[in-house]
Design a protein around this ligand. Structure first.
Ligand SMILES: Nc1ncnc2c1ncn2[C@@H]1O[C@H](COP(=O)(O)OP(=O)(O)OP(=O)(O)O)[C@@H](O)[C@H]1O
Ligand SMILES: [Mg+2]
Length: 143
């Protein structure tokens, strides 16, 4: 899938469409969000959180690295948002309980800057690419 988003609202809509395609498996579902600073990765996860009915506002985990949100009455029990911008290797995620969270089929995980922790991301990780075209326009592609 390759789409041009002309606004945050359009990105929100795309997030909903991608969310609808997600099927559970025997491990956590993991999405790597690739793209430059300001390309819309956090905005996308915020939209996912809204579609999942989260009441609290999702903020960027840049400083805390990982945020875990509890979901009520959804396919998944937790939405987990990781920002690996400040990390250098996957091992640093292990101290944040990576082995446990990534093996739990009830977790839905989104990771910004997946390149930084590529050494521990499993083969079944899915990727969404964000490209900054101009002020309001982003190209979003999903393999
Ligand atoms: N079409 C669009 N889709 C998504 N965001 C958009 C769009 N147009 C403008 N924006 C703005 O672009 C910014 C994207 O910032 P965001 O924090 O989501 O980027 P990011 O990829 O998470 O960056 P970082 O790598 O620094 O975490 C937001 O301020 C958002 O309002
Ligand atoms: Mg971000």
């Amino acid at each position: 899938m390759r789409a041009i988003s002309k606004s945050v609202e359009e990105t929100n809509k795309l997030a909903g469409e991608i969310l609808n395609t997600i099927k559970k498996s025997d491990k956590a579902i993991i999405f790597g969000l690739r793209g430059d600073l300001g390309s819309g990765k956090t905005t996308f996860v915020k939209a996912i959180a809204e579609h999942l009915g989260l009441k609290q506002t999702l903020t960027s985990p840049t400083f805390v690295i990982e945020k875990i949100y509890k979901l009520e009455n959804k396919n998944f029990n937790h939405l987990i948002h990781i920002d690996a911008y400040r990390l250098e290797k996957g091992e640093e995620l292990k101290t944040l309980g990576w082995e446990e969270i990534s093996s739990d089929p009830n977790n839905l995980i989104f990771i910004e800057w997946p390149e930084n922790v590529s050494d521990i991301l499993p083969e079944n990780t899915k990727y969404i690419n964000f490209e900054f075209i101009d002020d309001k326009i982003r190209e979003i592609s999903y393999e």
